[in-house]
Design a protein around this ligand. Structure first.
Ligand code: 13P
Ligand code: SF4
Length: 448
């Protein structure tokens, strides 16, 4: 089936949609941007203060994140929160607007905190353990973040899980502060479910290409053009887009929810991930129209190369996250959310796995099955635009250093407009009730 494009967005441009590392020399950085093999642009031009003005979730006060050129004036030296290098420019597939319909989020950036030395690591972990107790806080980490943040979450009574379980755990935990290591939509979902709690994130600028590629105004127009359809939205979206939806889904429960809607005779409007949407459409046969969004990480997996790797390792099982392109999904032995893929490494009778999702997940897989072999699915080969690293640049923004800093200073708090939050909570609540009814597991895999 053809992907139907939102009204007013007739043209889609395929960008060289991957991230390239730009090691910036702060002293010699050209403020107007240089093109020399790598794309080098002034980050202030790419992601202005306030970011995508169409996404209310990206508007922030001066104390809530990156401001203008400030980062480029940071001095090198001992670790501190203003020494922020390197910066990655991130390009991604994005609907190109037709006249007068400015949707200007084709570029984004990410910054990765410096890796602490072994001694600093120990000291930072101790500090975080102490501060979690003092602040009545609990860690909620995604499987893609740095292994230190996964281990600490588990060790201190928090959770490491997929996005569905992160939401549920944060809502049900008695702590008054949730420290969410992941990307912004995960922090926002926690805040929407627990408006009375303080929700902190190591870096508020950690975003997601699916969220960036689905601005609320265009999305609303798309919904208005299809009033007869039930609006089903993936969790990787802004609070405002969630508020416009009838149902929220994550990759853990999307198939079951759309299947149930189809059985009741609903026609579905799906956003924003076209690959996940088309996978669900193929599985359920539901009548669906799709927003044209993609994850810059999963979109890079290459079917041809994967088939070659599979032929070299006939004993390996192939695990694929459904944000991957259809030709990659077709080669999978198991398609599922991060938790479902980890479960498969434990339940399948195999000692070798090829994994097509962010490589942050390998930490948990290897911890649970130290004797098994895990191979990363290829993102390079014939047809590849560039060499990529199977790791989400925004997930990589979470580190021990910025986590300790937010706990200490109480900064980087997530705020969601209460009116938007109340509306978004309805569709998130529907999803959580549905997941409970069908008995989806309540803990991340491997959590005590
Ligand atoms: P999961 O819900 O499967 O953890 O996926 C979240 C995500 O962002 C995948 O890229
Ligand atoms: Fe978004 Fe992809 Fe990163 Fe997940 S891996 S947070 S879908 S950009």
């Amino acid at each position: 089936r053809q992907i139907e494009q939102p009204a007013g967005l007739d043209h889609f441009q395929r960008l060289v949609h991957h991230r390239r590392r730009v090691d910036r020399d702060l002293a010699t950085h050209d403020p107007v941007g240089v093109r020399a093999g790598l794309i080098r642009c002034h980050a202030g031009q790419r992601a202005r203060p306030g970011g995508n003005r169409r996404g209310p979730h990206l508007d922030r006060r001066p104390d809530q994140g990156r401001q203008g050129h400030r980062l480029f004036h940071a001095r090198e030296g001992p670790l501190n929160m203003s020494a922020v290098i390197p910066i990655f420019d991130v390009e991604y597939e994005q609907p190109v607007p037709s006249e007068g319909n400015a949707c200007d989020t084709r570029f984004a950036w990410a910054r990765v905190p410096q890796e602490p030395s072994p001694d600093e690591r120990v000291a930072l972990k101790d500090k975080i353990r102490r501060l979690l107790k003092e602040r009545n806080a609990v860690m909620v980490s995604h499987y893609y973040v740095h292994p230190d943040l996964q281990d600490l979450a588990e060790e201190t009574g928090g959770i490491v899980s997929d996005s569905l379980e992160m939401a549920r755990f944060g809502r049900d935990h008695p702590a008054t502060t949730l420290v969410v290591s992941g990307v912004r939509f995960m922090g926002e979902t926690s805040k929407i479910l627990s408006p009375e709690k303080r929700v902190l994130m190591p870096d508020l600028d950690a975003t997601c290409s699916l969220d960036l590629g689905c601005p609320i105004d265009e999305f609303s127009a798309f919904c208005d053009a299809h009033p007869d359809r039930t609006v089903v939205v993936y969790a990787n979206t802004s609070a405002a887009v969630k508020a416009r939806s009838d149902w929220l889904v994550t990759s853990s429960c999307a198939l079951d929810i759309v299947s149930a809607l189809k059985d009741k005779g609903h026609k579905v409007l799906w956003a924003p991930d076209k690959h996940l949407g088309s996978y669900i459409q193929r599985q359920t046969g539901a009548d669906m129209v799709f927003w044209n969004g993609a994850c810059i990480v999963h979109d890079e997996f290459k079917a041809k190369e994967l088939a070659k790797l599979k032929a070299q390792h006939p004993d390996a099982k192939v695990l694929v996250h459904p944000e991957s392109p259809p030709a990659v999904v077709q080669l999978a032995d198991v398609v599922g959310s991060t938790t479902q893929l980890i479960k498969a490494t434990q339940s399948l009778a195999a000692d070798k796995f090829i994994v097509a999702t962010d490589n942050g997940i390998l930490h948990r897989m290897k911890t649970l099955s130290p004797d098994k072999v895990f191979l990363e699915a290829p993102t390079v080969g014939e047809g590849a635009n560039c060499t990529s690293c199977n790791h989400c640049p925004w997930m990589a923004m979470n580190g021990l250093l910025n986590l300790a800093d937010v706990l200490e200073r109480g900064k980087n708090e997530i705020h969601v407009d209460p009116v938007i939050g109340r509306r978004a909570k309805v569709s998130i609540g529907r999803m959580l009730d549905f997941a409970r009814q069908i008995g989806l597991p309540t803990l991340g895999i491997g959590n005590a």
